[in-house]
Ligand binder design. Sequence first.
Ligand code: ATR
Length: 278
Amino acid sequence: MITSQTGALGLLGHPVGHSKSPEMMNAALKAMDMPYIYLAYDVSPAELKQAVEGMKALKFRGWNVTIPHKVAITRYLDELDDSAKEIGAVNTVVYHQGKWVGHNTDGAGYLRSLTEEMSIDLSEQRIVLLGAGGAARAVGYALATAGVKKITIANRTVEKAEQLAEHLSRWTRTAAVPITDCKEAVEGATLVVNTTSVGMYPRTEEIPIPADWLHREQIVSDLVYRPRQTALLTAGKKKGAQIHTGLGMLVHQAAIALELWLGKPAPISLMKQVLETT
Ligand code: ATR
């Protein structure tokens, strides 16, 4: 029941009409018995400042941030935590001890999903990250700081791969290659992660690398979650590889945000179920 004590949470993005976050978050809040509502707000870049000022004045507990505001939001916050600083983007804002603090739960969410679903020794992983955009920065940061053996960034624009490899080299061994030239790295990888948008609905037949490069002694992981089984995952499965879908990251990045706002563990399996059925 909504009362005068109900607290506010939400999502700022543009557009947000397709988002399943309100269903997932409100189901979680109910199960956690927390008196909050979570709404999606479609805010254009020109309206961002005003929207943030409004949310602060209305004493939101916090909110999520999505495309295109993940970088622009930083100028309206008092502090960034390490993840947001290193990734260079914010997906979660938390009101903490009188300050508005930006966090990024995408990388940690990916890592939790990977370790929950796969039996994996992180210190043994030789990884190929396909892509070098915002999603690659988040996942790369989480994997690098978790102590993996090596990360090769393979990207269409090789300069971006080089920049990310240089950044991640503070924590692990790295390399950068053009995505068209990563056959050797993929064949030697224990984990191949697609962070590009290749294969996303409606261009579901597209695959970021040739299927032939994949093999049975690796995990193939895709951040694309629409469709759940991408062409890359289907190819990996055919080769006998283990498959890790993008659904888990979506749930865990949200679960970590709930934990930051409310200080309580979130109901992971319920949240997954809501996403699977909406
Ligand atoms: P996100 O925040 O989702 O990571 P982004 O920052 O725009 O989005 O990054 C998109 C990534 O997908 C980039 O690595 C991009 O490659 P470029 O850096 O060369 O642009 C990659 N990407 C997008 N479309 C692609 C395609 N058709 N083939 C290969 N890579 C593609």
